[in-house]
Design a protein around this ligand. Sequence first.
Ligand SMILES: Cc1cc2nc3c(=O)[nH]c(=O)nc-3n(C[C@H](O)[C@H](O)[C@H](O)COP(=O)(O)O)c2cc1C
Length: 186
Amino acid sequence: MKTLVTVSHPRQNSLTHAVMNRFIEGLEQNNHEVDMLDLHYDGFNPVYTAEDEKDWINPNKNYPPVIRKEMDRILSADTLVFVFPLWQYNVPSMLKGYLDKVWNLGLFGKIGEKKVLWICLTGGDQEHMKKYKRDETLSHYLNVLLAGYAQVKESRVELLCDTLSESKEHIESLLERAYQLGREYK
Ligand SMILES: Cc1cc2nc3c(=O)[nH]c(=O)nc-3n(C[C@H](O)[C@H](O)[C@H](O)COP(=O)(O)O)c2cc1C
């Protein structure tokens, strides 16, 4: 099985990157073939230009090579995993820009059978995320609205909470969770 792992964080030594690395270790133990896209490191430009918007409604539009390349990476993967921090209760703008540009109408109807997993690191702890149904609201947005818009049938969210904790044990438990997610991912 081939998994495209996309990470969105500007800092290479972030916890987000550490989580991604542990997740990939688990995936490799699980015999997945991994394709990794680091949006910042790889210099993805998330700004949606007039050229991107032009003729966006046409699924057969002639997409720029840089976008076509990312669309093809998605099409050649069986599953898609995103690893990112929660910023303003949403995906970081880099990831949003990637989705705006790459999850375009040319892919809709072609990625419905691919599984999507959103691994989201939250500064807030579990109690904070439960309050006001922040966790449910976020999952609804990612699974039903975002993935649903692209006609993806199977999407799920894994929240790794309390990422700013000073407890080394807690941070280690988040990394272990990421590893297990990779080990078990089907
Ligand atoms: C711009 C910005 C916005 C943030 N917004 C939220 C938020 O809305 N909710 C939350 O729980 N944490 C928020 N945080 C905390 C991040 O989720 C936290 O810093 C991250 O999970 C820690 O992982 P990292 O070391 O990989 O950045 C925010 C942090 C930044 C820098």
